[in-house]
Design a protein around this ligand. Sequence first.
Ligand code: C2O
Length: 545
Amino acid sequence: AEVVETSFHVKNLTTSRLCQNHVITAVNGSLPGPTLRVKEGDTLVVHVFNESPYNLTIHWHGVFQMRTQWADGPEFITQCPIRPGNSYTYRFNLTGQVGTLWWHAHTQWLRATVYGALIIRPRDGQKYPFVKPYREETIILGEWWNANVIDVENTALATGVSPNNSDAYTINGWPGDLYPSCPSNKTYTLQVVPGQTYLLRIINAALNGHLFFKIANHNFTVVGADAAYTNPYRTDVVVIAPGQTVDALLTANQSPGLYYMAARPYASAVGLQINNSTTTAILAYQNATQTTPVLPILPALNDTPTAFTFESNMTALVTSPFWRPVPQPVDENMFITMGLGISECGNNQTCGGIFGQRMAASMNNHSFAFPTTISLLEAHFRNVSGVYTTDFPNQPPLQFDYTNTNNSFNQTLMTTPKLTSVKPLKFNATVQVVFQNTALVGVENHPMHLHGVNFYILAQGFGNYDPVNDPRKFNLVNPQERNTLGVPVGGWAVIRFRANNPGVWFIHCHLDVHLPWGLATAFVVENGGTPETTLPPPPADFPRC
Ligand code: C2O
């Protein structure tokens, strides 16, 4: 195994999208930022220089961070931000997973333009469990605002309303041919040789867009997700929530021509305030004769059956060298409701959200408030009191029928306190979480992401989770392993994981509209009692608040 070392210079970049010049925050002058390539078992060292005007952290989405908890990156969870003019070196090992992950800023909405791919290939002497691809290509789906994203977020937070919609989706940084055309537009083009098979590494880096992705006239064979191998799954559409990755084989087996690849949102309910535009790129066969690309027909905005089929049909490849059986028995059972609601505007003022309050989001009716002077991990390590409480409940404090729409728009039920409340877990505990997506206000999938560990998705369904009958549907044999899961709209999902890494692991909705509203908490995994299972001290250059 090798040490792969690189530097990120994060600073303003003037770039043109949608026919206008914009100043964005970018890494090493490019959007998307640099692709990091390692082999399984390597150590990655990234020196991050914050030359931007904003506070910054970088998160390595999906990396286990075994014994490198201080490198995980979420702001005020595992570290204080790197202040403008300062630097921090992230150093961590990539063992036990092969496939596609990614990195992104984990401060405010900065990840809109601060993101890139992290590709882990098999170590020397190991092979893919599928046909060797002719080439590998990264397809990063993104979301673009013409306005400064930090301003968009700050304005929404100050007024308590929903932030403005984005102006475009992007493929490898470019909106594509269906947006206004102008000379500065580029459309990403993937050149293919007829008859060859390509491994597409598809990443959803969009802030809020859960996306459908298709290539006209072509099928995919999904072979991995979130850097875990899956059984081959054939499909003509990929459904991908913010935070997720999908590895899919694509064979160039159609008549040599030009074909659009395209993505647009899945929003589970018509009427949600979202940008419903379509981004495109081109699949171009070598020596193509025709000149007008064919456009694929994407599923409708609210095509929940297609989204659910994709997300629930995948299974894990148990012959993978990285597969571990589902842990049993369960030590800690949690039932977590996720919902949108309101928090008080304060000082008898009126805010722009429902009932004149502030829009909020919660888990078990606890809306997460970020600490501001120290990270949770440092407070935990140094036993600093008063930063967080350890009373995050295993059940929602309010018991009522969340799917009964008569409960909607009840101010008392919708009001949620802002708390920094976390859930302690014993080292190596087997934890099972039932997520129940409540339907009080918005009806949409919440892509729930857990830092530091992959979880198994045992089952998912619609309506209220039934604790008597639904456990019979659990897949304990080959459930897919993920770090991010789209909990179905008006439905539930059950995950299980082993808390095998001491530290503080953030769990949150990967829609950036919901994260600052508080749809988050953290698991504090206690030390295991041996030197190897004890949280080490922070590195010397650890950012101070
Ligand atoms: Cu990809 Cu906490 O994030």
